[in-house]
Write a protein that binds this ligand. Structure first.
Ligand SMILES: [Zn+2]
Length: 168
């Protein structure tokens, strides 16, 4: 979404070239509406050859399966985001087991995000779908659904299935 008004004073922003590209700048207070991807976290919670997936009830990719994930709040670490999102969307308490990948996500119409994907293991809680999903399930890596949301989720799940490590 393109910002049109100044968040500091409410005046209408105007394009101005700053640091080599056109940015939206406030003519009254000189506030610059910097636009950056939003940090987000996802977790591949694994149990032997199963992974925890959620069926989304929100756009984009409503009705498709995906890893529990969400945006980082301003006052939390990205690791805390990951653990919170799993608890909110699946009911499970997890511990993170490592970094799986970091993606720039172009296929989210809301805003480009920088998605940090962790591995995780269940330590407590009970499986219960949260507000943004209709179903949560342990799914066999050998029987993954075809309707998976986001190219990055598909890439992570395919790598978990084959056991391939990330090529850097
Ligand atoms: Zn302003």
């Amino acid at each position: 979404m393109f910002p049109r008004f100044c968040i500091a004073c409410g005046d209408r922003l105007q394009p101005q070239e700053i640091e080599g590209r056109s940015r939206q700048v406030c003519p009254s207070c000189a506030h610059i509406a910097w636009e950056n991807p939003v940090p987000a976290a996802a977790v591949a919670v694994c149990r032997e050859r199963e992974v925890l997936l959620c069926r989304r009830t929100i756009s984009p990719y409503e009705g498709l399966w995906g890893l529990p994930a969400g945006y980082q709040e301003v006052d939390e670490t990205i690791e805390a985001t990951a653990i919170r999102e799993v608890r909110e969307e699946t009911g499970l308490i997890v511990k993170l087991t490592g970094l799986v990948d970091v993606f720039t996500t172009p296929d989210d119409p809301r805003k480009p995000s920088l998605l940090v994907v962790y591995g995780g293991e269940e330590v407590d809680g009970e499986l219960e779908p949260g507000d943004e999903c209709s179903e949560v399930a342990w799914v066999s890596l050998d029987e993954l659904p075809r309707d998976i949301a986001f190219a990055n989720n598909r890439a992570v799940l395919e790598r978990l299935r084959t056991g391939e490590s990330r090529a850097w």
